[in-house]
Design a protein around this ligand. Structure first.
Ligand SMILES: CC(C)(COP(=O)(O)OP(=O)(O)OC[C@H]1O[C@@H](n2cnc3c(N)ncnc32)[C@H](O)[C@@H]1OP(=O)(O)O)[C@@H](O)C(=O)NCCC(=O)NCCS
Length: 160
C-alpha cells in the first residue's frame, strides 16, 4: 500500500482531541515505552495541565494511541515538548496527524517558528520531523537528565 493510501485510511479512523483525566494512565504508559531513558511519569505529570495537550484516539475502539504536548511562547514560538505514538501503531500516519494539529494551531497565530529537541540517537524521530520540513538548527549539550545531547530542530512557517 502506498503512503497516500495508508495515511488516508488512518485519517478516517483516528481523531485528535484534547487530553482528559481518564487518559492519564495510558499516556504515561505510551510515554514510558517511548522514552525509556526519561522519567516519563514526571514529565507527563508536569505537562498534563498545559493548554495544548492532545491525544490521538482510534475511533471505533476509543483507544488512545498517541499524544502531543506543546507550549506557545508569547507570539514568537511554538515549542513541542513531547510527541509519541504507541509502538504497535507507528508508521500509520498517527504521528503525522498529531504534528499536523500542532502546525494548524500555530498557523492560526502570528507565530513563524516551531521548535523541538530530539536525542541525537533518535533517528526515526529525526527522519519523521525532516519529512515535515524541520531542520537541525543546532546541538544542545547535556540537554537530557542523563546528560545526553539533543538536536534543536526548527521549522519556519510561511505566513500568508
Ligand atoms: C517519531 C514518531 C512520533 C513517529 O510517529 P508515527 O505515527 O510512526 O509517524 P508517521 O506514521 O506519521 O510517519 C510519517 C513519516 O515519518 C517518517 N518516519 C516515521 N517513523 C520513521 C522511522 N522509524 N524510520 C524512518 N522514517 C520514519 C516516514 O517518512 C513516515 O512516512 P511513511 O511511513 O509513509 O514512510 C514515533 O516513531 C514515536 O512515537 N517514537 C517514539 C517517541 C519519539 O521519539 N518522539 C519524538 C521525540 S519528542
Amino acid at each position: 500500500m502506498d503512503r497516500e493510501a495508508r495515511h488516508s485510511m488512518s485519517e478516517s479512523e483516528i481523531s485528535i482531541r484534547k487530553v482528559q483525566k481518564k487518559d492519564y494512565k495510558k499516556v504515561i504508559k505510551i510515554s514510558i515505552d517511548s522514552f525509556p531513558e526519561e522519567d516519563a511519569e514526571e514529565i507527563i505529570t508536569r505537562l498534563f495541565e498545559i493548554e495544548h495537550f492532545y491525544v490521538a484516539e482510534l475511533g471505533e475502539e476509543d483507544v488512545v494511541v498517541g499524544f502531543v504536548a506543546f507550549r506557545i511562547y508569547s507570539i514568537k514560538t511554538t515549542h513541542i515538548m513531547i510527541l509519541a505514538v504507541e509502538s504497535a501503531y507507528r508508521r500509520k500516519g498517527i504521528g503525522s496527524k498529531l504534528l499536523e494539529r500542532v502546525i494548524e494551531i500555530t498557523e492560526m497565530l502570528p507565530i513563524n517558528l516551531i521548535r523541538l529537541e530530539v536525542r541525537l540517537t533518535n533517528t526515526s524521530a529525526i527522519t519523521f520531523y525532516e519529512e515535515y520540513g524541520f531542520k537541525i538548527a543546532g546541538t544542545i549539550e547535556q540537554y537530557y537528565d542523563d546528560l545526553a545531547d539533543a538536536y534543536l530542530m526548527t521549522r519556519k512557517l510561511e505566513k500568508k
